[in-house]
Design a binder for this molecule. Structure first.
Ligand code: ZN
Ligand code: ZN
Length: 126
């Protein structure tokens, strides 16, 4: 469930920041015509979205995994496509087993550096 919220928030975040900047810029260009408040409200919404996304990453970090190339630590995200059934899956959730079809993924791709490595190399020992 929170996968969907996270994706939505990530998508909204860029839009909120842009809209807030435009509104604040309009206010400074013509203070009489454009009040500051809407810009501030949107900036507040952006901040909330930013903190939500940050909290999601920190709270759902999979500390037992790490990218062998760049050190990226995965978090709860259904950003991978299952090779068995084609659905969006979170490959790190069940050691690479797709929750929908049971396909066992032997290789995981890093979302930061796009490097692909076998499962064993992702496991962080100790
Ligand atoms: Zn990486
Ligand atoms: Zn599958």
């Amino acid at each position: 469930m929170y996968y969907r919220y996270y994706r939505l928030v990530r998508r909204l975040r860029g839009f909120l920041l842009l809209a807030a900047l435009v509104l604040v810029a309009l206010h400074f260009a013509a203070p009489g015509r454009f009040p500051l408040l809407p810009g501030l409200v949107l900036a507040g919404a952006w901040l909330a979205a930013f903190l939500y996304a940050l909290g999601h990453v920190l709270l759902t970090r999979r500390r037992t995994y790490q990218c062998p190339y760049c050190g990226w630590v995965p978090y709860a995200l259904d950003a991978w496509r299952c090779r068995g059934c084609g659905q969006r899956v979170d490959v790190f959730l069940q050691l690479g087993i797709c929750p929908a079809c049971g396909y066992q993924h032997e290789e995981f791709m890093c979302l930061r550096c796009r490097g692909v490595a076998p499962r064993q190399r992702w496991l962080r020992l100790g």
